[in-house]
Design a protein. Structure first.
Length: 195
């Protein structure tokens, strides 16, 4: 799914789901949570705001957005997600895997819309792709499933390479299993993996 389609899907879900705002709130509030810092995500936030605008929602005019950025400290995410729940936001938009996991753990009633590069079923975010169930839904790029194909293409480009390295964030929940899957394939070609 392309970024624009993802943003439009989030806007549509925010519009279509019942608002959980309390009586004192003048306008619906969207909780936006991410494990990183806002600096690295300016284009995505801009696209998100544009998608909301195309659906008729303008931040500060007829919708409010509460941003939570963990600045790479994933241990802060549960408290941030719980804070959004206490503020009774209409929907939580979780734009990183750790943020999606924290948001799901924080509520069973507020809609959570996630974006992840991992298998949301394996992460426990949804029951199935066709019927997510509960209050959580979203999109995935299924990077784990295509990682072996990427390695195969890399091998075609560099057939004499014997050692490859993969840099990962060990605090990222989605890393453990996909990384293990990726390392099995190079062994077939006689590569060695670095740990």
């Amino acid at each position: 799914m392309r970024r624009r389609e993802f943003i439009n899907a989030i806007a549509g879900l925010a519009v279509g789901w019942p608002l959980a705002a309390n009586a004192q709130t003048v306008m619906p509030v969207i909780g936006f949570i991410n494990a990183d810092s806002p600096k690295g995500h300016a284009p995505e936030v801009s696209a998100f705001l544009k998608g909301l605008g195309e659906a008729g929602y303008v931040d500060g005019h007829n919708v409010a957005i509460e941003y939570r950025w963990a600045e790479g400290q994933n241990d802060r995410l549960p408290a941030m997600a719980n804070d959004l729940v206490r503020r009774k936001v209409a929907v939580i938009v979780a734009t990183s895997t750790p943020a999606a996991i924290a948001a799901k753990a924080a509520t069973t009633t507020i809609p959570v819309v996630f974006e992840t590069g991992s298998d949301p079923i394996q992460l426990g975010l949804v029951a199935s792709l066709s019927r997510p169930g509960g209050n959580v839904t979203g999109v995935t790029q299924s990077n784990a499933e295509i990682a072996p194909k990427r390695l195969e293409l890399l091998h075609e480009l560099l057939p004499t390479a014997r050692t490859m390295a993969l840099l990962v964030n060990p605090a990222e929940p989605a890393i453990a299993e996909p990384t293990a899957k990726c390392w099995r394939l190079p062994a077939l070609w006689g590569w060695s993996s670095m740990s």
